[in-house]
Design a protein around this ligand. Structure first.
Ligand code: 5GP
Ligand code: ZN
Length: 117
């Protein structure tokens, strides 16, 4: 997918602050953080959204849970806690159409999952 911004980060065509990388997963700082700690963890395989996950993707998505866990520990927020979010589709607020997991931490994030409007 050559018009995908996250695929371009994977291919190092556009820069990002990469904090973890292996053969099938990459993690980098979000360009517009909404918490003191805000990282994105993504599979290198282009999967457009949660709606497009296939049986064959289970392994890499499972490994992402471990990367999130290790990243939280490495950043020193495992004890205090953190939040992991995946947005899907229009109502879910997904802007970038390459599945990604937001790792948010560094302050008390509150109990409300959705802003009241
Ligand atoms: P979404 O709204 O799709 O769940 O989240 C997309 C996230 O990607 C946003 O938090 C946004 O700040 C981040 N983002 C968009 N473009 C870039 C980019 O070029 N580099 C980085 N590091 N993050 C980006
Ligand atoms: Zn992509």
């Amino acid at each position: 997918m050559n018009d995908c911004i996250f695929c371009k980060i994977i291919d190092k065509e556009i820069p990002a602050n990469i904090v973890f990388e292996n053969e099938d997963i990459i993690a980098f700082e979000d360009a517009h953080p909404v918490a003191p700690i805000h990282y994105l963890v993504i599979p290198k395989k282009h999967i457009s959204s949660m709606n497009d996950v296939k049986q064959e993707d289970i392994e890499v998505l499972g490994k992402i849970q471990l990367v999130l866990r290790d990243l939280a520990k490495q950043l020193g927020v495992a004890e205090n806690g953190y939040r992991v979010i995946t947005n899907c589709g229009e109502d879910g607020g997904q802007k970038v159409k390459h599945i990604h997991y937001h790792l948010l931490a560094g302050k008390h994030l509150g109990h409300k999952l959705v802003k009241e409007e």
